[in-house]
Design a protein. Structure first.
Length: 163
């Protein structure tokens, strides 16, 4: 690989290999620690690093695996949003618009990098979809695994949809 291609690669990875991404990849590779500085990584919920760890059997680099997991979750979340829109409104044009607006939203790039946003969105939309269909069960638990806000959503959804 020549220097110009290497520097483009470095520029790409250096741009996204920061903040919480570093911690998620560390957890995926090394797991949780009970002592030292890494013990503070306990605040990160386990599902996303676990998915990266499992996917690393296919793609051995944690960074590229994290990108793959996030983008797979994003694609599945778009599919789920489409299904919700079709279930609610029975209008394919409206469903495609919802997906399009989700993807062109200015902060949607966070769903395509090594963050839990796409996984949380997938779990939340899936939970909502199954609840609207009256199939409410284990999905409420799944929404709690990627982020702490999922716990509050589960409590709210349990209260609203199980009366």
């Amino acid at each position: 690989m020549n220097d110009s291609k290497r520097s483009l690669y470095d520029a790409f990875t250096d741009t996204w290999y920061r903040w919480d991404s570093v911690h998620y990849m560390k957890l995926a590779v090394e797991g949780y620690a009970s002592e030292g500085q890494d013990r503070f990584l306990l605040v990160f919920y386990p599902l996303y690093p676990l998915l990266i760890h499992i996917m690393m059997y296919v793609i051995p680099d944690a960074f590229w695996t994290g990108l793959a997991v996030s983008n797979i979750c994003l694609i599945l979340a778009c599919f789920t949003l489409f299904k919700i829109m079709m279930f609610e409104f029975h209008d394919e044009s409206l469903a495609w618009k919802a997906v399009k607006y989700l993807l062109i939203y200015p902060f949607s790039f966070f769903t395509a990098i090594v963050y839990t946003e796409s996984l949380f969105m997938l779990m939340s939309l899936s939970c909502f979809y199954f609840m609207r269909k009256g199939d409410f069960g284990w999905q409420e638990f799944m929404d709690c695994l990627p982020r702490s806000r999922g716990i509050m959503l589960c409590c709210y959804w349990r209260q609203c949809f199980t009366k």
